[in-house]
Write a protein that binds this ligand. Structure first.
Ligand code: URA
Length: 256
């Protein structure tokens, strides 16, 4: 029997490979809805195991097989953790700091070891993902996946319509013109900026370039992820549905 052959309801097969589970069960655990909805996904031909269309009852080993839905990898590998942290000001986005300053990994469990996905400046607050899932981290940070990040920038002064337009259309920075951004004025000196690039200190440099230096910067959204209940310094695990939505958002962005 090959790795991919379906073993429809066979307890003997389950005995041979106790770590293998039926595809619909694996998908349900990964956040694709009820077992029934997962069966429908399989029946619709949207699920592949190691590049081959899955059939109902297909048994997979989440640690060994690659499972995709609509071509997007399903985060089903055991041992992976994904945290959403509200990073406070004055914490470095790394695993260690040569200057001995507090680092973000000190704010989440030590085991399994995780790393921050991208970085927020020492003085920036807000949402940051920490994970040991290298594949997802790559999708969230690589420019080709273009994941959106939303920031609330408290700036000095009140940006004029022309300054907002410049932020929106692209600002000439020393490392080149910024891509088009979504920009809106939420209140006096408070600007919402959505970008999909990840250049160093990008939002601060954009605001500075239009004459409105940032006095406080908060990341309020990463792709589909928001959480207004999470206080600075707090973290929580992402739900399987959230991990899946992040994967789907990077896949959608890559197609744009
Ligand atoms: N842009 C910045 O300027 N700083 C951050 O921390 C994130 C985005």
């Amino acid at each position: 029997m090959t790795e991919l052959s379906p073993s429809l309801g066979s307890d003997a097969a389950a005995g041979e490979a106790p770590q293998r589970e039926r595809i619909q069960k694996v998908l349900a655990r990964a956040g694709f809805g009820s077992r029934r909805s997962c069966e429908l996904l399989v029946q619709a031909g949207r699920v592949q195991v190691d590049g081959v269309p899955a059939r109902l009852g297909h048994r997979v080993d989440p640690s060994a097989n690659s499972v995709t839905v609509d071509g997007v990898p399903v985060g089903i590998r055991p041992g992976l953790v994904h945290y959403l942290l509200n990073k406070p000001r004055g914490v470095v986005s790394s695993a260690a700091d040569p200057q001995g300053r507090p680092v973000v990994v000190d704010l989440v469990p030590a085991e399994p070891r995780v790393f921050p996905v991208g970085r927020l400046d020492f003085d920036t607050e807000g949402l940051l993902i920490l994970t040991n899932d290298g594949q997802l981290a790559q999708r969230c940070t690589h420019p080709s996946f273009g994941l959106q990040k939303e920031y609330l920038a408290h700036v000095r002064g009140d940006p004029s319509p022309a300054a907002l337009r410049a932020l929106r259309d692209g600002v000439a920075l020393e490392d080149g013109l910024t891509a088009a951004a979504q920009v809106s004025l939420l209140g006096p000196g408070l600007v919402r900026i959505v970008i999909h690039e990840g250049r160093n200190r990008q939002v601060r440099r954009m605001c500075e370039a239009v004459g409105h230096p940032v006095v406080r910067l908060v990341r309020s959204r990463i792709g589909p992820l928001t959480d207004r209940q999470l206080h600075p310094g707090q973290f929580r695990a992402l739900t399987p549905v959230e991990v899946r939505s992040l994967e789907a958002a990077t896949a959608a962005a890559a197609k744009r």
